[in-house]
Design a protein around this ligand. Sequence first.
Ligand code: GDP
Ligand code: IMO
Ligand code: MG
Length: 440
Amino acid sequence: MSGKNITIIGLQWGDEGKGKIVDALSGDCRYVVRFCGGANAGHTVIVGDEKYALHLIPSGILRTGVRNVIGNGVAFDPEVAVEEIEGLRSRGVEVGDENLAISSAANVVMPWHKLADRLNETRLGAGKIGTTARGIGPLYSDKATRTLAVRAGDLLDADVLKGKVARIAEVKNAIFSALYGHTEPIDAEAVAGKYLDYGKQLGGMITDTGAVIRRAISEGSRVCFEGGQGSMLDIDHGTFPFVTSSSVTACGVPSGAGVSPKSVGRVVGIAKAYTSRVGAGPFPTEQDNEIGNRLRERGREYGTTTGRPRRCGWFDATAVRYAADLSGVDELALMLLDVLSGFETLRICTGYRVDGVDLGVFDSVAAVMGRAECVYEDMPGWEEDIASAKDFSDLPAAARAYVERISALVGRPVGLISVGPERKQTILYDTQLQGPVAGG
Ligand code: GDP
Ligand code: IMO
Ligand code: MG
């Protein structure tokens, strides 16, 4: 339970398989901490015959002895949290204040955030971001505005919450009617009552989680920081404005969890062996054709949160290398390699050409993506089904070569290789992670 902390970061556009890896690694951790995003995330964890789709609750919840933390940087939606907790309990998973803590400083997603998200997307029309409609952008806007924010700790104080909701509702009513012609006023009293009720249900879990984690780290407990989204969706470093609204790289861990930058520990970058993206925005290796359709069907690429079909394309080593540099990735987990079985040829994007000029390794990647042309390298594919491979040597030679090539292009060892959604379908390869990283 002690030793180096682990940080799990998505290196593409989300849905890389972070939930599977956090679950696999958390058997050896005391804490699993979410630090960014909110219910826009959908992390799939499969344990035995049971499949769980987690949105706000950290992916360590299925391990006994692990304390799960929703950090201060998370967009906390109590409505989703209560529903998710009830769903887990109804399936026999224990959730209580001994294994789940919520930061009192986490900003609360209110009904007007979800409404604003929908109205704003409708207003943008063809130029919309394609958000998850979970109120994420409006929530973080209000956090930055400060005077329009509700924090989880406020759910525990009736006078404070009623006062805040009444004041904020007045501002929101004016904005909704002027900007969107939405004239149905917010029932401030009803909203305050509903959220006070959430406070009653969650009260025992709401605490200063930063203090809890810092103490745990100083006492030698191992913490796993669970990333949400993917680096190319980062508010600062992603394909702006087609991004989410929080800091989702390893740079977001210290402020989003309330720990020192030195606590980040070993950074494991999660990447699919190809690429997917859901929502609008640039995607240089996208295959809007039979190849993309085949990847989508084989990889079951439909959103965990919204059910939307994901856009699919070839592996983009240029983007992944950029993301790995941003987060200081120590090793990669290469996911869904099994999905590539049966392709005669696999393409890897090894660089971008912009206005006829080849981009260098350290040039801005996200900013030029919209007009980048991919330089591809072709590799032979393999026919064999690899879902039951247990060891690197069980993989066909072409699959081994593909993994090694990605490692060389991204400049990182491939620590873990995933060949199926289950815990045991994880090959330990060039890893320095210790403990029961898989199969437990
Ligand atoms: P996350 O948001 O990063 O946690 O990823 P999602 O759960 O949204 O999407 C990943 C999907 O791929 C889930 O349905 C997983 O069950 C599935 N998955 C994870 N690893 C593998 C793998 O190696 N092979 C296959 N075929 N599916 C996988
Ligand atoms: P996980 O943690 C994939 C995308 C949305 C949209 C953009 C902005 O499961 O990997 P938002 O609702 O955040 O304002 O939407 O970001 N997006 C994700 N895509 N996986 C996610 O999370 C995502 N979270 C947000 O589709 O393009
Ligand atoms: Mg997901």
